[in-house]
Design a protein around this ligand. Structure first.
Ligand SMILES: C[S@@+](CC[C@H](N)C(=O)[O-])C[C@H]1O[C@@H](n2cnc3c(N)ncnc32)[C@H](O)[C@@H]1O
Length: 248
């Protein structure tokens, strides 16, 4: 796959923590993931990025592996990982596995949607299934696409990054193909550059169906990492799957 989200070049990798502030709900996510793995167990994060989740998990004694398509994001992770605790691999998680098995495999923060066809999404789920131990758990966090699917006009927003630096974002939806086209432009006094990215959003029931085709079954679905109930109004979901051949 042309991993479209290698749009995380050095410039975007450099401001990633301002785009997704680390205090957002990282510690809740880490608690949730830790509760599903045995002490000292093995965790694989797909799209591990700069280690926002992987590093605190490793600090709790888990053996953490991460795969990512962006060298720039992995370079930030390695710099932060003074004790070399997280094993990283450059690769496309829709096409390549690690050849190893894990107690928990995770894909968080809508990263699943970077797979821009249903075949790529199925590929990601098949590989997740393949890399799970018999009683392992696969955790997927994603937004609920309903408000985006209903979008009629292009959206424009701006966020503050730092003193003298803002990011301009646009978002347009192609409902017929379940695709979202976004741009990020950093305005910081340097030459503004626009990065494009594409997501294929999927409703939870489609993800469940693809997961079934991949040999996974849904165990739990929550609104967030605090295990609040998932309802028709939930803006996102944290879903837990296990291998379909795991004892029920
Ligand atoms: C939104 S960031 C999430 C990073 C990290 N998981 C976190 O929660 O902070 C998405 C990450 O997925 C990576 N990525 C995008 N497409 C990928 C692909 N096909 N295979 C592997 N990594 C990919 C990007 O480089 C980026 O680091």
């Amino acid at each position: 796959m042309a991993a479209n989200n290698v749009h995380y070049d050095e410039k975007l990798a450099g401001v990633y923590d301002q785009m997704y502030p680390i205090e957002f709900d990282t510690s809740l996510a880490v608690d949730f993931i830790a509760a599903l793995a045995p002490a000292g167990g093995r965790v694989l994060e797909l799209g591990v990025g700069n280690g926002r989740i992987a590093l605190p998990l490793a600090a709790r004694g888990f053996q953490v592996h991460g795969i990512d398509a962006s060298e720039a994001m992995l370079a930030v992770l390695r710099k932060r990982d003074a004790r070399n605790e997280v094993v990283t691999e450059t690769g496309d998680f829709t096409e390549t596995g690690t050849g190893l098995t894990f107690d928990v495999v995770t894909v968080v923060l809508n990263t699943f949607f970077v797979a821009v066809t249903k075949e790529q999404q199925l590929g990601c789920l098949r590989l997740a299934r393949e890399q799970l131990v018999a009683n392992g758990k696969f955790i997927l966090e994603a937004f609920d696409p309903a408000p985006y699917h209903a979008m009629e006009k292009q959206d424009f927003s701006m966020r503050h990054l730092a003193d003298g630096a803002v990011m301009l974002d646009t978002l347009a939806v192609d409902r017929a193909h379940q695709l979202m086209y976004g741009t990020h432009t950093i305005v910081d006094g340097g030459r503004p550059e626009t990065k494009h990215h594409v997501l294929r959003y999927a409703f939870p029931f489609e993800i469940d169906l693809l997961a079934e085709l991949a040999g996974l079954r849904l165990v739990d679905r929550w609104e967030d990492w605090e295990r609040n109930p998932y309802t028709a109004r939930s803006p996102r979901h944290v879903s837990v799957y296990e291998r379909a051949d795991a004892p029920a």
